[in-house]
Design a protein around this ligand. Structure first.
Ligand SMILES: Cc1cc2nc3c(=O)[nH]c(=O)nc-3n(C[C@H](O)[C@H](O)[C@H](O)COP(=O)(O)O)c2cc1C
Length: 152
């Protein structure tokens, strides 16, 4: 069985809307991947170890990922060292006007595990539009389908 972990954080709701759409896409009815979605403070080392791929969703705060997302990556780094090499990942970011700092920070830390990026980061500025939520849905579906087909 394939399993996909979606770890997400939101303070004012924008990234939460993105996460809901990503989760919906990952749970597309034609797919059998088990989708585990966790608010970042509830996500654990075991959640990652049980997964075949991971999606990280965060707002950009002060030119970086959110503190809660950084805390998650700090918490799991040593316990996962050497145990998730090459795990497929993607990230999505909600930003007020930029988003590149959060993406850069996630990519840098991901390269330390190292995880394997399997899709470009999805950055959305402000309240997501229906079209942007559709892109979030597609991202979730893409990763879920890729995990199921074992193509990453
Ligand atoms: C403390 C704080 C710092 C922020 N710093 C940035 C920033 O550096 N760059 C940016 O583009 N937006 C920044 N923002 C705006 C948020 O990224 C933006 O409002 C985002 O959509 C919030 O997502 P959320 O609603 O899921 O919390 C900041 C917001 C807060 C609360």
């Amino acid at each position: 069985m394939s399993q996909l972990l979606i770890v997400h954080h939101s303070q004012t709701g924008h990234c939460a809307r993105m996460a809901s759409a990503v989760i919906s896409g990952a749970c597309h009815g034609d797919l059998v991947t088990t989708v585990v979605a966790k608010p970042v403070r509830e996500a654990s080392v075991d959640d990652v170890l049980s997964a075949n791929a991971i999606i990280l969703g965060t707002p950009e705060n002060f030119g970086y990922m959110s503190g809660a997302m950084k805390d998650f990556l700090d918490r799991v780094y040593y316990p996962l060292e050497g145990r998730v090499e090459g795990m497929p990942y993607v990230c999505f970011v909600s930003a007020g006007n930029d988003g590149t700092g959060a993406v850069r920070a996630i990519e840098r830390i991901a390269s330390g595990f190292p995880l394997k990026r399997v899709h470009d980061p999805l950055v959305i500025v402000g309240e997501p539009t229906d079209e942007q939520l559709s892109a979030c849905y597609d991202l979730g579906m893409y990763v879920s389908a890729g995990v199921e087909a074992n193509v990453f």
